[in-house]
Design a protein around this ligand. Structure first.
Ligand code: CTP
Length: 284
């Protein structure tokens, strides 16, 4: 836990903010800084949090630092790669940041967490059992082998289709025609987990990546896939969400819609982990 104190210009500098994002991703907690007058005569964020605030944050942390202990969580993350031939594949722009951050947030709160990750450049989160997969079918098999679980969060950008028959040898140019790829539909992992007969996780959560009519499409998606919550987000290119650092979430459940402000994917993960903790606590 860190309680930073520095001049407002230092605090808002891009280099400082990038370092803070790295520390947050590694699970470091911050108290403050607060906004106000500074010794150097400037005003803004950078004042150290008051000693009482720091003491309260530390005691809150240790009082209930593992509210999900005894719970099992399963998280999917990243893209899938669907092979065309031994050297080529179909992929998407998912970075895996959101799913990895969710797995880390659940594990930090004490959940025994399995992360099933497609190919990403991210390190495996600390304290999480990470299973690496390439294709949607491998991802489903890894998820099923990780059951039973109390919580399943499907954050992966799973390819909807794969190439129906992968070539065993590298496809070669033949000078006269281009190859035609016949596609087959991939299994829907979220829908499959939601419909699992005896081992359905008690709380199944999916994402709804939309580029228009975000809430309406996400509502329909929640019903179609049979999951409990959908975290809907706008992934239009101009939002920078897909592959970017921030996310704007609308949480859809049977109770209605909660609109969350735009925040970093790490903050989304922490907020989700807190909502899950509250929900499971209330359901007991
Ligand atoms: N999902 C999944 N398996 C798939 C496709 C999607 O588990 N084969 C999950 C994603 O992890 C996400 C949710 O389903 O939690 C919605 O994914 P999204 O890409 O928004 O929806 P699609 O199912 O692809 O539907 P559409 O393309 O019609 O928007």
């Amino acid at each position: 836990m860190v309680a930073p104190a520095m001049n407002v210009r230092m605090w808002t500098h891009a280099a400082t903010q990038a370092n803070l994002a790295t520390l947050r991703e590694r699970g470091v907690h911050f108290v403050g800084p607060n906004e106000g007058d500074m010794a150097c005569g400037e005003f803004g964020p950078g004042r150290m949090a008051e000693p009482d605030e720091i003491a309260d944050a530390v005691s809150d942390f240790f009082e209930d630092s593992a509210p999900l202990s005894g719970r099992r969580a399963l998280v999917t993350s990243g893209p899938t790669h669907e092979p065309i031939d031994p050297v080529r594949y179909i992929a998407n722009r998912s970075s895996g940041r959101q799913g990895h951050a969710i797995a880390a947030a659940l594990a930090r709160r004490g959940a025994l967490t399995t992360l099933v990750s497609g190919p990403t450049h991210l390190p495996d989160p600390a304290g999480v059992q990470t299973i690496h997969v390439e294709t949607a079918r491998d991802m489903l098999a890894a998820c099923e082998s990780a059951l039973p679980a109390d919580i399943a969060v499907c954050a992966a950008a799973v390819a909807d289709w794969r190439v129906a028959s992968q070539a065993n040898e590298k496809l070669k140019k033949n000078g006269s025609s281009v190859p035609t790829l016949e596609m087959a539909e991939n299994p829907d992992i979220l829908a499959t987990l939601s419909a699992t007969a005896n081992t359905r996780p008690g709380l199944v959560i999916g994402f709804g990546a939309e580029t228009e009519n975000v809430i309406a499409h996400a509502k329909a998606k929640r019903e179609r896939k049979g999951c409990d919550w959908i975290l809907a987000n706008d992934v239009s290119p101009e939002t920078g969400t897909f592959g970017g650092a921030d996310n704007t979430i609308h949480l859809l459940s049977a109770a209605g819609v909660e609109n969350w402000p735009t925040m970093s994917k790490v903050d989304v993960a922490n907020r989700l982990a807190e909502r899950i903790t509250k929900h499971l606590g209330a359901a007991e």
